[in-house]
Ligand binder design. Structure first.
Ligand code: ZN
Ligand code: ZN
Length: 461
């Protein structure tokens, strides 16, 4: 492989069109640029090759995807398609994982249709990628359909489906599938166990979670990692056993990381345990002083007790330390177009109809018993202002827009970058009952399926 200065020198020659390399070193060079995250240089090399085969196209698409440039990956695929290059199973599997991470179901469905129409080999990796894509885009039924009709299941297929069920709150079904996997003698790995432990957590099965946590080491020689410890905090938290969760953390043989501390902090938030929350937040901020989520949770706990001065203090510390809160946003896909909403968004061309729809929904759900939960508003404001702030959260705007733009009865799907707040969660439950439609929300942590006034997370998230 070339050194950095060597790569830059060749990049200059490629830009000038003065290089004398053939396709093999060019491919190696492109891989090198991708590996070091120099995507533009990789693209220059890619563009300089005149006879590009599907392998080269796929390598560039995979490069974009590996570096989180989902949009570039999809765009390049469209160009490849227009140039008449047929994708192979590897290209398709990669693109499906791009659709999964950005939650664009329509594109994913089109890829699936393309596979079926063009007789692309439905390898086990393509069908696993399809399962994950459908599950991550909120369509668990389609994921199950693909899984059932896949014919052969390897350990990865089982793991994908167990993860899918766990993320969608179907804890018992995920455990049943794990039992089937054991009967089929497929070897679980540490990801399978994340699914199993998360499933136990979502189904409130503390003892079974504990049993599997021990078995993963005893029976399958899998050393527990941080994410497994974090999964164990949730069942304790869900059962209200905060002291046990705290003790579990203290008994860990390794120093707990941000995820584990964060799980305990979330449990404290849900049960409003201010003392433990304060200690958990201090520990968390000692490891990661710029973790804006931790400040938000602890300020939330104070605010819910009406301790405005402490909440203000936390905001001041955040400001002094230069911690920036990640702005909340939601995105939805309607007729192949992705719409993004921020808090109090005023850029959307249909903003007037959207805000009118939100107000109308707020009035109607109040009649069904919805009460705004202003405890998460971190400012000491007039109640009315707080309610207005809440009603303009990005997910409410997204739902309003989806209701305006889609047919009656269809499922509403929303993706969100942060955890959904208490108020939006309660509001969504009422709206699902009011409009008699299922709402699937993917937040930073998991999926919520709102149907007939209830949520699949059973109000623990
Ligand atoms: Zn909200
Ligand atoms: Zn929920």
């Amino acid at each position: 492989m070339y050194s950095k200065s060597g790569r830059l020198e060749i990049a200059r020659k490629i830009a000038d069109g003065t290089h004398d390399l053939n396709v093999i070193p060019l491919t190696a060079l492109m891989h090198g640029y991708i590996k070091f995250g120099e995507l533009q240089l990789a693209r220059d090399v890619f563009d300089s090759v005149s006879d590009k085969d599907v392998v080269l196209w796929t390598a560039m698409i995979v490069g974009y995807a590996q570096h989180g440039l989902d949009h570039d990956a999809l765009t390049l695929f469209c160009i490849m398609f227009l140039e008449g290059i047929e994708p192979n199973d590897y290209t398709i599997a990669c693109l499906l994982s791009v659709c999964a991470s950005s939650g664009v179901l329509d594109y994913g469905k089109q890829l699936h249709a393309h596979v079926l129409r063009n007789d692309i080999r439905l390898t086990i990796s393509v069908s696993n990628a399809l399962v994950t894509m459908y599950a991550r885009c909120g369509s668990l039924i389609a994921a199950e359909y693909v899984f059932k009709h896949a014919g052969v299941h390897d350990a990865v297929s089982y793991t994908s489906m167990i993860m899918a069920k766990a993320q969608h709150g179907l804890g018992n079904e995920a455990i049943e599938l794990f039992d089937e996997m054991m009967e089929q003698r497929k070897k679980p790995d540490h990801i399978t166990y994340i699914g199993v432990l998360a499933a136990c957590s979502h189904a409130g099965l503390v003892d079974l979670g504990w049993h599997h946590f021990q078995m993963m080491h005893k029976k399958h020689a899998i050393e527990p990692q941080m994410s497994h410890y974090a999964c164990m905090i949730d069942p304790f938290g869900r059962a209200g056993l905060l002291k046990e969760a705290d003790e579990f953390i203290r008994s860990m043989p390794v120093e707990p990381d941000v995820v584990v501390r964060g799980a305990l902090l979330s449990a404290c938030r849900i049960h409003n345990n201010v003392d433990l929350a304060r200690r958990a937040a201090e520990k968390l901020l000692a490891i990661e002083p710029e973790n804006s989520g931790a400040y938000a949770v602890i300020a939330n706990v104070y605010a819910s007790y009406g301790e405005w001065q402490e909440a203000a203090e936390i905001r001041k510390i955040m400001k002094d330390r230069g911690v920036k809160k990640e702005p909340g946003c939601c995105w939805i896909q309607i007729k192949k177009k992705v719409h993004v909403f921020g808090v109090q968004d005023s850029f959307h061309p249909l903003r007037e109809q959207i805000y009118a729809m939100v107000s109308k929904l707020c009035c109607q759900v109040r009649e069904l018993g919805y009460q705004p939960d202003t405890s998460s508003v971190l400012h000491d404001l007039e109640e009315e202002l707080k309610e207005q702030l809440l009603s303009h959260h990005s997910e409410k705007l997204a739902v309003a827009f989806e209701l305006i733009s889609t047919a009656d009865g269809s499922t509403l799907r929303i993706m969100k970058n942060l955890r959904v707040c208490n108020d939006c969660h309660a509001w969504f439950k009422f709206v699902s009952r009011l409009v008699q439609r299922e709402i699937v929300l993917r937040d930073a942590n998991r999926f919520h399926h709102f149907k007939n006034g209830l949520c699949s997370c059973k109000d623990y998230w």
